[in-house]
Design a protein around this ligand. Structure first.
Ligand code: ZN
Length: 210
């Protein structure tokens, strides 16, 4: 691991830390760290902060179990703000919400592509686990992998037809159906969208010449 550069701590010896879900890109929380919290975070790969209200070092999830595994630590251009990119277990916020920023003052939300994909997968996982009656995913699950696979082919076919007939709105709808069913098929096969993303990233990092 690279050495942490000198961080410009404020007069209290603190630096603000933004914590982000490394997979979805979602901003989870804002907290503060001192040198010790940063050192502990890097040494243990578990997010540590400095509590201004309690005046003590704390490890995220020490009491709640909602830990944050550090995947990457970044710092900004002025070296006076830090970004923890983490794998979050459970909710990050003490209210039980996934993110502390769960309220919006402007209404309309602008979710990122990664957030939408993470949400889609999360909902499908939840349905496959709970199998609620009346749920479409439950019905797909009961019909089995072969049926789901057939649906993927069907939606792929409909996407192709919409594309070839130059119907952009239909293509969007069919592509959404395709991605939805493909995600169910992946989850039924024990594959996460993250593994697919990792595969794509690897191909991007090592482009083939042919
Ligand atoms: Zn919170």
């Amino acid at each position: 691991m690279k050495d942490l550069p000198p961080i410009n701590f404020d007069e209290r010896g603190l630096v603000p830390v933004i914590t982000q879900d490394a997979q979805s890109g979602e901003v989870l929380m804002l907290a503060y760290a001192n040198q010790e919290a940063l050192d502990k975070t890097l040494a243990t790969r578990q997010a540590h902060y400095w509590s201004r209200s309690r005046g003590e070092l704390w490890r995220k999830g020490a009491t709640s179990g909602n830990t944050q595994e550090l995947l990457e630590l970044r710092y900004d251009c002025d070296e006076d703000a830090v970004l923890y990119r983490v794998r979050q277990t459970g909710p990050a916020c003490h209210t039980g919400e996934r993110s502390c920023f769960y309220r919006s003052a402007t209404g309309a939300s602008g979710a990122s592509l990664a957030e939408v994909m993470a949400l889609l997968e999360h909902v499908i996982n939840q349905r496959l686990q709970d199998l609620p009656e009346g749920s479409y995913v439950t019905r797909m699950h009961r019909r089995g992998k072969g049926y789901i696979a057939q649906k993927v082919v069907e939606e792929a076919g409909e996407s192709i037809v919409a594309a070839l007939e130059n119907k952009p709105q239909e293509l969007i709808a069919e592509a959404a159906d395709l991605i939805f069913h493909l995600t169910i098929l992946l989850r039924e096969s024990g594959i996460t969208l993250q593994s697919v993303a990792a595969e794509l990233l690897q191909r991007h990092a090592q482009p083939k010449t042919d």
